[in-house]
Design a protein around this ligand. Structure first.
Ligand SMILES: *Cc1c(COP(=O)(O)O)cnc(C)c1O
Length: 483
């Protein structure tokens, strides 16, 4: 290893076969520099500094390798994004070719670039029929900032200058910019920096476990949607611009709403002519077995936020699919929309997205999740509910979650949870992490969102790993006297 770089020499890397050899990397030195200079997102640095970060160095398919040569099954697709899996040479080549030809040009001053044009046309083709326009951003957060400005602009242009309030939900995640975090419903984020900004209000989430006691799932879906109408009437229908929601809440803990919820939300939005924004940053691009989850839930949003799976995370890209209702007004009557980013329609990101979508299409990954691997995951994942720690397990397409409980009741509402301070989810996550499985903990709910390339055999492997780690967690909790 050279003295002035932490990166191993090219020759050494070339010689590294799976699994990566630990002696190639000076893990302690990387961790030390990491702690000294790199501020991570959503991280308690004092705590991280004491342990040191795990250094990921390589990925292939659904697996990752860290700097110590340990192989991990990535049950989270990076961060809900690596839909086509790691190590796709054709994406790297598409990116390289584009960088060689035209690494960057802007789309501000009556100029455009070919990958952005092609990608916009492609997205229109694979999205629901009401979408004929695309607004590109650099991330999902910027996509939702764009939504906020766009829906207010829409009502302004039509002469309804009072219609500026956006209704969202508690425990929603819509990104980390000021507008994104305000639209989101994360208490921890609102507690820092004086959020939410004015003109954004929140209603309850359709979380059957938390709020559905005494109701069937279908009854609860209607009840949870009625909170929207209540809020509209409270704010005043002539003041509400839009409702925003993730079809399935991701970061909030894979909250899968009852089947009755979204159609009722759609009905209420229609009744008051309120714009519907579907934040499909996670749910889009095949995650739920359809190109867009709006198709699955039978809704017709006016705007769809996308990011993550559009490039499988290989390079950053986000944006908004703009439905005809909004696009027609902005284009025909709006004049200039004073909004945009240096990297809107970045040619390299768009080239990566085009190749990513080609892979999803050619390998029929969306259909496979919809018809084959998604249903198989549902069946295998549901079996985990027989584990003594698991009070509830559900899934949809390629997202799934299970709840760790102290005592299992006869119905899900009679389960007895652990004390929150015990952070049992983090104990479980630790066992997963140290035994080759990445599964995320949201409180005591353990969640996955695997790469769409995962096969049925790999689902078996993953479920076995999860069960093994649940056993280890169970034994540990018994020893602590927590059971
Ligand atoms: C990740 C995420 C975002 C934010 O995307 P970034 O690219 O991190 O800005 C927005 N909405 C949802 C639903 C997300 O999961």
């Amino acid at each position: 290893m050279s003295n002035n770089s932490l990166a191993p020499s090219a020759a050494l890397v070339a010689s590294v076969k799976t699994p990566a050899r630990p002696e190639v990397y000076d893990t302690a030195a990387i961790q030390k520099l990491d702690t000294a200079h790199y501020m991570h997102p959503f991280t308690d640095h004092k705590a991280l500094g004491e342990k040191g970060a795990r250094v990921m160095v390589r990925g292939e398919g659904i697996y990752l390798w860290d700097s110590q040569g340990k192989k991990v099954l990535d049950g989270m697709s990076g961060l809900w994004c690596v839909n086509v899996g790691y190590g796709r040479t054709s994406i790297s080549e598409a990116v390289y070719r584009q960088m060689e030809t035209l690494p960057f040009y802007n789309s501000f001053f009556n100029t455009t670039n070919i990958p952005a044009v092609e990608l916009a046309a492609k997205l229109v083709k694979i999205s629901p029929p009401q979408f004929n326009h695309v607004y590109f951003t650099g991330s999902g957060s910027e996509g939702n900032d764009t939504n906020l400005r766009m829906v207010r602009r829409y009502w302004d242009v039509l002469g309804y200058k009072e219609r500026h309030t956006i209704i969202s939900r508690h425990n929603a995640y819509h990104g980390s910019t000021v507008a994104g975090a305000s639209l989101g419903g994360m208490d921890g984020m609102h507690a820092q920096g004086g959020l939410p900004i004015p003109g954004i209000v929140h209603i309850g989430q359709p979380n059957y476990l938390e709020s559905g006691r005494g109701m069937t799932e279908d009854e609860f879906g209607i009840e949870a949607a009625s909170w929207l109408e209540k809020k509209i009437l409270e704010v005043g229908p002539d003041k509400v611009a839009a409702f925003i929601g993730e079809p399935i809440q991701g970061a909030g803990g894979v909250i899968i709403p009852p089947a009755t919820y979204w159609p009722e939300i759609q009905r209420i939005c229609d009744k008051y002519a309120i714009l519907l924004i579907a934040d499909e940053v996670i749910c889009g691009f095949g995650r739920l077995g359809k190109w867009f989850a709006s198709e699955l839930f039978g809704i017709k949003p006016d705007l769809i936020t996308f990011a993550k799976g559009v490039t499988s995370g290989y390079v950053p890209l986000g944006g908004v699919l703009v439905g005809d209702r909004v696009a027609d007004v902005l284009i025909e009557k709006g004049g200039e929309f004073n909004h945009g980013f240096t990297y809107s329609g970045h040619p390299v990101a768009c080239a990566a997205a085009l190749e990513n979508i080609r892979i999803l299409e050619d390998e029929k990954l969306v259909e496979r999740v919809g018809n084959e691997t998604g249903p198989y995951l549902k069946k295998r994942f549901a079996e985990l509910a027989d584990h003594p720690l698991v009070g509830y397990a559900d899934s949809c397409g390629f997202v799934a979650g299970l709840n760790l409980v102290r005592v299992k009741g006869t119905t899900v509402h009679e389960n007895v949870p652990f004390d929150e301070e015990k952070a049992v989810g983090m104990v479980c996550r630790g066992y997963m992490f140290n035994n080759g499985m990445i599964m995320r903990a949201v409180g005591d709910r353990m969640i996955i969102a695997p790469p769409l390339v995962m096969t049925c055999a790999q689902i078996d492997e993953m479920v076995a790993l999860i069960r093994h780690c649940l056993d280890l967690t169970y034994a540990d909790l018994q020893q602590r006297g927590w059971l």
